[in-house]
Design a protein around this ligand. Structure first.
Ligand code: SAH
Length: 241
């Protein structure tokens, strides 16, 4: 028997003594790629019940069975932070989703802005990236990746009590940064390569929930901006403090 470093997301209830079937893809990974055998112990989580060591009970070519031991870590929710970003090229969009999950965003929302030009979005693929990121970074929670929504529509229905950290490239170089704020609910908004349109900019500047911030004196690419913004938010208002 060995304690493996493998950490797997499973879409199944977890509790002490609970049997958990593994999918065909997971069976392939666990038994063919990682060469694990019955008696070996891995870690599993489902985004709801925390993390559990689980012993391999059956290892087949296409299926397998695990059994949960005592919970190793409780569910830890990230701060109530959404990341809104305009999708860019496929690989960079996937990168943003992966990093947002690692950095502790609670929800990841691709938005269509006036200057967004991206191919069709594969929500399921992006969700899988968030899941893999959670598996490898030790998170017990997996952020939801939503379908592409129009920024315009989103702002029309924007909740009264959710603040927006509006990353405004026109402020590059200004000393405007994130001020302390007691609100618990936040969203970070990152624009596309072309930046925000004039009407979007005007509208955002007029919203009382929006806080325009600069991310320093250089214009960052959207993927860099997303990580910088998440870092700034987490250190100022989030769970790094
Ligand atoms: N084409 C635009 C830059 C867009 S950068 C221009 O040249 O002005 C993509 C997005 O990253 C921006 O919409 C903004 O949300 C964010 N961003 C990049 N650099 C930034 C900075 N220095 N300050 C604030 N936001 C920034």
């Amino acid at each position: 028997m060995k304690q493996s470093r493998v950490r797997l997301y499973v879409d199944h209830p977890l509790a002490l003594g609970q049997s958990v079937p593994v999918s065909q893809t997971q069976a392939h990974y666990l038994f063919a790629v990682m060469r694990l055998t019955p008696g070996d112990v891995i870690l599993v989580f489902n985004g709801r019940d925390g993390e559990f060591p689980a012993e391999i009970k059956q290892a087949g070519k296409r299926r397998g069975l695990l059994e949960c031991q005592a919970q190793s870590r409780p569910l830890v929710m990230p701060p109530d932070l959404w990341l809104l970003f305009a999708p860019i090229k496929k690989a960079r969009t996937a990168f943003i989703v992966e990093k947002a999950a690692e950095m502790g965003a609670a929800k990841i929302m691709p938005v269509r802005t006036d200057f967004t030009n991206s191919e069709r979005l594969r929500r399921d693929r992006l969700q899988a990236h968030a899941l893999e990121a959670a598996e490898q970074c030790g998170a017990t929670y997996v952020p939801e990746v939503t379908d592409l929504v129009k920024l315009d529509q989103l702002l029309t229905d924007w909740p009264e009590d959710r603040q927006i950290m509006f990353c405004d490239e026109t402020l590059a170089g200004a000393a405007q940064t994130l001020a302390d704020n007691s609100s618990q609910k936040w969203a970070i908004l990152i624009g596309p390569e072309g930046g925000f349109s004039k009407p979007e900019h005007t509208r955002l500047r007029a919203m009382k929930q929006a806080h325009a911030v600069s991310l320093g004196p250089r214009i960052l690419r959207a993927d860099t901006a997303a990580i910088a913004a998440l870092t700034l938010w987490q250190t100022t208002l989030g769970d790094w403090a």
